[in-house]
Design a protein around this ligand. Structure first.
Ligand SMILES: Cc1ncc(COP(=O)(O)O)c(C=O)c1O
Length: 398
């Protein structure tokens, strides 16, 4: 019997990762140095987007996205109730209105037909955008949502925190990587330790839109620009005296819009770059673990649903739906297996209830919540530990 705790997710830090972080710590830059752009370029290449902007965490990434898309008071934005609260909260940061829409009980993703119905029920212009979430690592079919977005004049922010390396296959049989910017205006990722790539804290925004990219870069650093062609103040003002020179002095910069300090540090970026080198390896392992769970529970009577084996799934989480989920959760914990629940439906969080959301609003999401449990899933999970988890679950239901 394994004596140490088996968590549901866990980072994997190697000697190479540590060496890269130490190199960054010993360099001239702890922040605002070259490792940021390197990480951004590597990440953009990995997902297949034109641009990437590294930020301090996934929540900051979402906030910058709603800001650059111009969300303002009363703007209605659609998202799923089965997600981490940040996917919805970013709309509230801009005083927008979150409109939840139910999930598909098979995929656990936001349900296309429910969103369509919602849009059809109101005049065009009622809703400003949609934030689909590649929940658990399963890619949303964004091609379908893009058709709706065009028709109803919506933007799309893909919350791909769970899905670096995930993909769906579009109608032309082309694989579309999560975050590649083909169908979404912006996509965001998180580098929290339980995610595929760990920076401690960290996030990334990807896009193919140059104008949005430029805005994001400015807003990440207080809305400051050092680009002379964008300055509004005069050269004479900048110099502090009359001058013949047309050049702005070296110290000069302008804060042109209200931004934030949402920067990632260079040593976090160094860790991210090093982790990214092993991202594909980690995905192979995650998919093998998913395949083992899927086979183990295929004919089990107590299984009401499970993540299963899905092409393109990035398996941040492997979820099973069971009877007596509370009993199973407690039994696993007694046996040092720390399974987790993803997620308590966001619309039923006390904060969102105050806007009128209530039990019964989303039957699929609410029924899913009553039975879901996320099993241990991370690349260093050993066969022995996984078998232990499977045996415990089987034993509990005997
Ligand atoms: C789906 C989803 N969106 C957004 C976030 C926010 O990311 P972060 O924790 O890096 O702020 C998370 C993190 O757990 C997440 O799971």
């Amino acid at each position: 019997m394994n004596k140490s705790i088996i968590p549901y997710g866990k980072q994997n830090i190697t000697k190479e990762d540590i060496d890269e972080v130490v190199k960054a710590l010993q360099s001239d830059y702890l922040t605002q140095g070259p490792r940021i752009k390197e990480f951004e370029d590597e990440f953009a290449r990995y997902v297949g987007s034109n641009y990437a902007v590294a930020v301090s965490n996934g929540t900051a990434a979402l906030h910058l996205c709603t800001l650059v898309l111009g969300v303002k008071e009363g703007d209605k934005v659609i998202t799923t109730p089965i997600t981490f609260a940040a996917s919805a909260n970013c709309v509230r940061y801009c005083n927008g209105e979150v409109v939840f829409s139910d999930i598909d009980p098979e995929t656990y993703l936001i349900d296309y037909d429910s969103v369509k119905k919602l849009l059809e029920a109101s005049p065009i212009g009622t809703y400003k955008g949609i934030i689909p979430v590649d929940f658990a690592g399963r890619a949303v079919d964004l091609e379908k949502f893009k058709v709706l977005a065009k028709k109803y004049n919506l933007w799309i922010i893909e919350d791909a925190c769970h899905a670096p390396g995930g993909y769906f296959t579009d109608s032309k049989r082309v694989l579309q990587n999560c975050g590649n910017g083909k169908y979404a205006d912006l996509a965001i990722f998180s580098f929290h330790p339980v995610k595929h790539i760990a920076c401690g804290e960290g996030g990334m925004i990807t896009t193919n839109d140059e104008a949005l990219y430029k805005k994001l870069i400015a807003l990440r650093t207080h809305g400051i620009t050092k680009n002379e062609t964008e300055y509004s103040n005069s050269n004479e003002f900048a110099c502090g005296q009359a001058t013949e020179s047309e050049q702005f002095p070296g110290w000069y910069m302008e804060m042109q819009t209200l931004g934030f300090n949402y920067r990632l540090t260079d040593f976090q970026a160094a860790l991210g770059s090093s982790q990214l080198k092993r991202a594909d390896e980690g995905l192979i392992k995650r998919r093998a673990i998913a395949s083992n769970y899927s086979k183990a529970f295929k004919d089990a009577q107590f299984i009401k649903g499970q993540s299963g084996v899905v092409v393109g799934h990035a398996y941040h989480l492997y979820i099973i739906e069971v009877e007596n989920r509370l009993g199973l959760y407690n039994y696993l914990r007694e046996n040092k297996v720390f399974a987790q629940i993803h997620y308590i439906p966001c619309h039923l969080m006390p904060y969102y209830r105050q806007f009128g959301w209530k039990e019964g609003d989303f039957p699929h999401a609410e029924s899913y919540y009553k039975s879901c449990i996320s099993l241990p899933m991370y690349p260093t999970l050993t066969d022995e530990d996984q078998n232990n988890v499977i045996e415990l679950i089987n034993k509990f239901y005997v």
